[in-house]
Design a protein around this ligand. Structure first.
Ligand code: NAP
Length: 498
């Protein structure tokens, strides 16, 4: 009998009001049910919001370093439970253990960053225009934050959002992806054990179309932090915008790796294998386009295909596996459909392209790492986010052409160039329209203290990581104190130096 999980509302683990449930299964062994979760709806979201509002003041009144201590303790518990979390995450969403340990470590690092930030959160003190007057800023919480997250980083991304939101003094209504509710439960258990009081973090499981939408519509939720696809991001912006909520959106990518003829080829191939096929290509920063210079084209592809063939595909719980399954059947179908689209557009299917079948592979959703060559700029497989292990190779004749094609997409999250020419490297840093630029490193591998996010349809200008999300979750107050004991008029043209 599969384990039953619950929502977490006002400090209690409870089922959905409707009593409905949904199953969560292992994408490498579909017969394995990870758990049964409440299929919640608007009523559950309303209860969660009510609790979050009720406990706002008590949480906001706690000194920031005290909130920071709690988050430090949360980090400590995550360290102790790292292996347990990683194994659960691999079972739940498929990526290999090395990566789920990394995902958890990112959460730990983010907790310790918040612990440190608790003794900083500096405001501004400023000179005033008028005598005997002083000014400075303080930051107060927005109130209650709605957090909606995807399945591909089920620990790191919720931590990127929830820890800054909590440190800033907000209470939370949280919905994670329906493919990864179990990892989410672990995080909420740890937050509670770390000392986050009752009602401060409220978790509601269930579909985006009901639970997600209800979060967007709650009048008492003042800020939404969303990570997911551009399609859903647009919807989030629309509903939240109508209600004048603050919204932070982190969306998709179509990330290029440019390889110039003077690059260290071995290094560029290693980077590409990791960037394109790590996490089965299911990263917002995955390398989905290789812009390969014509002078090294054949040599590079020969070695790259050999190395791709050596990748071990299978259950992520087996330590020697390089590439795990795709998250679920609809996503596998979507990727296979893109393979058909690529063929119809005239690209050459150079390697892979099929679902892997037979024996253990029939139990899950496994896909061959796939390489298309003869891809031209503008083809759908070159423009649209596939979110699977599919790489489009485009031949380029010059650095300028590489930059132009790299930028000619609707997204702008990550980018990479391999070269030993400082001039090309520096010009690429300047010209690539992407929030992340890597030189001689793959498009993936962000660090928690640095800004993460992108241009164009990748988001709406916000950044996660480091100090940046703290701005999303805070209201700045500018304080003026006049000790002149008379009315001094600012913004009046009185030239006091006369
Ligand atoms: P998704 O389908 O957009 O879902 C993201 C979250 O939104 C899930 O929790 C989903 O719930 C919820 N949702 C769905 N419809 C909703 C609605 N109408 N209102 C409110 N919430 C709704 O994305 P995904 O498949 O989970 O994740 C993959 C996408 O995330 C890719 O596009 C990837 O590039 C992007 N991503 C971006 C970043 C970044 O930082 N830029 C990082 C990681 C992933 P359900 O699961 O219940 O549908």
């Amino acid at each position: 009998m599969a384990k039953k999980f619950h929502n977490f509302i006002n400090g209690k683990w409870v089922g959905a009001e409707s009593g409905e449930t949904f199953e969560n299964r292992n994408p490498a062994h579909w017969e394995e049910v990870i758990g049964i979760f409440p299929k919640s709806d608007r009523k559950d979201v309303e209860k969660a919001t009510e609790a979050a509002v009720q406990h706002r003041e008590e949480w906001a009144n706690l000194p920031v370093p005290e909130r920071g201590k709690i988050l430090g303790k949360v980090g400590d518990i995550m360290v102790q439970r790292k292996e347990e979390i990683a194994k659960l995450m691999t079972r739940e969403m498929g990526k290999i253990l090395k990566e789920t340990r990394g995902d958890t470590q990112e959460g730990i690092d983010t907790a310790y960053y918040a612990f440190g930030e608790a003794r900083r959160l500096f405001g501004v003190t400023s000179p005033c225009e008028l005598p005997n007057k002083t000014a400075y800023t303080i930051t107060r919480p927005v109130g209650t934050a709605g957090i909606i997250t995807p399945w591909n980083f089920p620990m790191a991304i919720p931590c990127w959002k929830i820890f800054p939101a909590l440190l800033m003094g907000n209470t939370i209504v949280f919905k994670s992806a329906s493919d990864t509710p179990a990892t989410t439960v672990k995080l909420v258990e740890i937050l509670t054990e770390g000392g986050v009081p009752r009602g401060v973090v409220n978790l509601v499981h269930g579909p985006g179309s009901t639970v997600g939408e209800a979060i967007l519509e709650q009048p008492e939720i003042g800020v939404i932090s969303f990570t997911g696809s551009a399609a859903v991001g647009r919807r989030v912006a629309e509903v939240a915008g109508k209600n004048l909520k603050r919204v932070s959106l982190e969306l998709g990518g179509k990330n290029p790796q440019i390889v110039m003829p003077d690059a260290n080829i071995e290094n560029a191939i290693e980077g590409l294998l990791w960037g394109a096929f790590g996490t089965t290509g299911q990263r917002c920063t995955a390398t989905s386009r290789l812009l390969l210079h014509k002078d090294i084209y054949n040599e590079f592809l020969d070695i790259f295909v050999k190395r791709t063939k050596e990748l071990k595909i299978g259950d992520g719980l087996v330590e020697s596996t390089d590439v795990g399954p795709v998250i679920n059947e609809p996503q596998l179908k979507k990727i296979l459909n893109y393979v058909d689209v690529g063929r119809q557009e005239g690209a050459k299917l150079f390697f892979g392209g099929k679902k892997i079948t037979g024996g253990k592979y029939d139990k899950g959703f496994f896909m061959e790492p796939t390489i298309f060559t003869e891809v031209e700029s503008g083809m759908r497989i070159e423009q649209e986010e596939i979110f699977g292990p599919v790489l489009s190779v485009i031949k380029i004749s010059s650095f300028e052409e590489g930059i132009q094609i790299a930028n000619d997409v609707d997204y702008g999250l990550s980018s990479s160039i391999y070269t030993s020419n400082i001039e090309w490297a520096m010009k690429a840093i300047d010209k690539l329209e992407a929030g992340l630029v890597y030189v001689n490193a793959p498009t993936i591998g962000a660090e928690c203290h640095l800004p993460f996010g992108g241009y164009k349809n990748t988001g709406n200008g916000h950044r996660e990581g480091g100090k940046w999300p703290y701005e999303v979750f805070g209201e700045i107050k500018t304080v003026y104190i006049d000790y002149s004991e008379k009315l001094q008029k600012a913004q009046i043209d009185t030239n006091i130096t006369k």
